[in-house]
Design a protein around this ligand. Structure first.
Ligand SMILES: [Zn+2]
Length: 435
């Protein structure tokens, strides 16, 4: 007698229900948010804890109220708008991004992810669809590091990833310390961990974001599915020489901190360029800010402070480059007889995203014949913090010429709507499946 080994029954992928977002409403809301903090040449500035960021948050809360979501705001100000699911089991699917921006940024960085999540949930509510799991639209506080040099603040606090020592050197250009702002909200070094949300209340996290790079446009693909996120190592370097009169100090007697800084800027570029063609170990390094004192035409700069940001999806390659750069700092200082101090800001390892979600997002694209690219993310996102406590997945849409953190940042409305629709499709899939 022949026994046929029973095959596990794999149910065929359920056809995606024809639930479609309202594109006009999505674009209208995106526009409404991008007008908050609008400046020169259509740039948008909504720094963390600024009045503009507050206004954009009010807009979101208002919209959430109109849909009838249950709103919860945690101590740092992360906003959660919850749509209940059919199950009593409370683990929720979180979907969102951030509303703060860099100085003179673009319209879509962060905002797209929040507003698309809002539109997805609004569509579900409108069509009276009850998913098995609850879905929460989330807006994280302070994803951008432009103000304090500290990125993904809200999501890092929520996932218990902020360490007291990371906050020591975090201050804005006016000297306001991040630690002081947190203290005003009742968040201190000794209770940082209390901000952590219980991971058992979260099923998964999804984030739609603009690519902020040129790959999708070059490959003519409307969707990117992110496999891993390159996290940065960041530090400040302070060169201290001697401020002197620019007319009376002979060249050989100078201890010019700015000239030392300029050598370091070139060194960072040179060291990282060596890795330019290494596919998996590519490293990028940037000196993005510099402050000099006294900073006047007739004085030799006595103090120069630079920010260094080094990233890679290979932890090993990044560590190696950081070591080389730090060796250069010592060498420059010794040779020029000036002091050099390295103030660590943040050191993080690259983060892989959830493989099951990558597969699920692929299937969502394939179900609709959408061309996609499987890719790493060079930029940091809230998803990299969320990945530490839950299954996290990310979708990208193309950025014109790869530009972002600039008023020239642009994504086509067609791609925006496609990304938002795919986000809704994947929310439905994730809510229905055991992840
Ligand atoms: Zn962003």
């Amino acid at each position: 007698m022949n026994f046929v080994k029973p095959q596990p029954r794999i149910p065929p992928a359920a056809p995606l229900p024809p639930i479609t977002i309202n594109k006009r409403r999505l674009l209208r809301d995106l526009n409404a948010v991008s007008r908050i903090g609008i400046g020169d040449r259509g740039s948008v500035t909504r720094l963390v804890f600024s009045i503009k960021e507050l206004r954009s948050r009010q807009f979101l809360i208002h919209q959430m109220r109109q849909i009838g979501l249950q709103i919860h705001i945690d101590r740092i100000g992360n906003i959660f708008g919850r749509l209940d699911g059919a199950n009593a089991k409370p683990a929720a699917l979180l979907v969102g991004s951030h509303l703060d921006t860099v100085v003179h940024g673009g319209k879509f960085d962060g905002t797209l992810g929040v507003i698309a999540a809002l539109e997805a949930v609004r569509t579900l509510k409108e069509q009276k669809i009850v998913l098995p799991s609850p879905v929460e639209v989330v807006c994280f506080v302070g994803e951008e590091s432009s103000r304090f040099g500290y990125s993904t603040l809200g999501s890092s606090l929520m996932t218990g990833e902020v360490r007291g020592k990371d906050l020591v050197h975090a201050a804005d250009a006016q000297g306001t310390k991040l630690e002081d702002i947190l203290a005003s909200m009742g968040i201190y070094r000794n209770n940082l961990r209390s901000m952590r949300r219980d991971p058992s209340t979260i099923k998964a996290y999804l984030e739609l974001h603009i690519e902020q790079g040129p790959i999708l446009e070059a490959k003519k693909k409307p969707i990117g599915i992110v496999t891993s996120i390159a996290a940065p190592t960041r530090f400040r370097v302070v060169f201290t020489g001697q401020a002197d009169h620019s007319g009376t100090t002979p060249m050989e007697m100078r201890r010019d901190a700015l000239v030392a800084a300029s050598e370091l800027i070139v060194a960072v570029e040179k060291v990282c360029r060596r890795y330019a063609h290494v596919e998996q170990g590519r490293v990028v390094g940037t000196v993005g800010a510099i402050k000099i004192e006294p900073g006047v035409i007739n004085a030799i700069p006595g103090r120069a402070e630079l920010s260094v940001d080094i990233r890679s999806i290979s932890a090993e390659a990044k560590k190696h480059v950081v070591r080389l750069v730090q060796a250069q700092i010592d060498e420059i200082a010794r040779r020029r007889n000036i002091e050099a101090e390295i103030l660590p800001l943040r050191e993080e390892d690259p983060v892989p995203l959830d493989k099951r979600l990558v597969r699920l997002l692929k299937e969502c694209c394939e179900a609709k014949n959408i061309a996609y690219e499987i890719m790493p993310s060079g930029a940091g996102h809230d998803a990299m913090q969320m990945a530490k406590i839950t299954a996290a997945g990310m979708l990208f849409i193309p950025s014109r010429r790869g530009i972002s953190h600039s008023p020239l940042e642009w994504s086509e409305p067609e791609d925006i709507c496609l990304g938002a629709q795919l986000l809704l499709d994947s929310i439905i899939r994730v809510a229905n499946e055991a992840i």
